[in-house]
Design a protein around this ligand. Sequence first.
Ligand SMILES: Nc1ncnc2c1ncn2[C@@H]1O[C@H](COP(=O)(O)OP(=O)(O)O)[C@@H](O)[C@H]1O
Ligand SMILES: [Mg+2]
Length: 169
Amino acid sequence: MKKGSPVMKATPTHRLTVMSPSADATTSLGMTVGRRLAIGHFVALRGPLGAGKTCFAQGLLAGLGVRGGGRSPTFILMYEYEGRVPVYHLDAYRLKGPEELLEVGFEELLSAPAVVILEWSDRVTALLPPDRLEVELEPVVGQADGRRISLTAAGCQHQVLIAALDLGR
Ligand SMILES: Nc1ncnc2c1ncn2[C@@H]1O[C@H](COP(=O)(O)OP(=O)(O)O)[C@@H](O)[C@H]1O
Ligand SMILES: [Mg+2]
């Protein structure tokens, strides 16, 4: 390395953990993230049933300018919305296997000019794009409405997204 050239340090901006005290707070966090989403972003949501994945996704959709969005796609594999950009909201909960996701054209969605939001992403890990935002929601023991929400960026595009979030820190 040349003397005096800048040294890039790995910054810890690729992971954020937030405590949410209520469903509204989770939706509002989703909205903050949703406002930053753009074509090519992929949001993978995990956490047990009732953790708040759909609640967070409703916020994402609102932040993406989708009106009246956020039906739970648990019984229907995929909803398509038109917000600032096209948005696909999917849920892998009822899938028998990853093949079913491929049958609805999942691979085409990954290269579509759209934002993709997927609940129960841990059920189809092998199909996830390497550049993505992972959102994990965990219930907090002893706090009925408490959730620990961690946002982790895998890949450059989503690291930039996390770095741009202003969560009032
Ligand atoms: N902090 C919180 N964040 C999200 N949901 C919460 C929270 N506290 C309570 N809840 C409730 O938990 C449930 C979450 O449901 P949902 O978002 O459909 O979960 P999932 O999609 O993970 O199965 C809702 O009934 C919501 O009102
Ligand atoms: Mg759900």
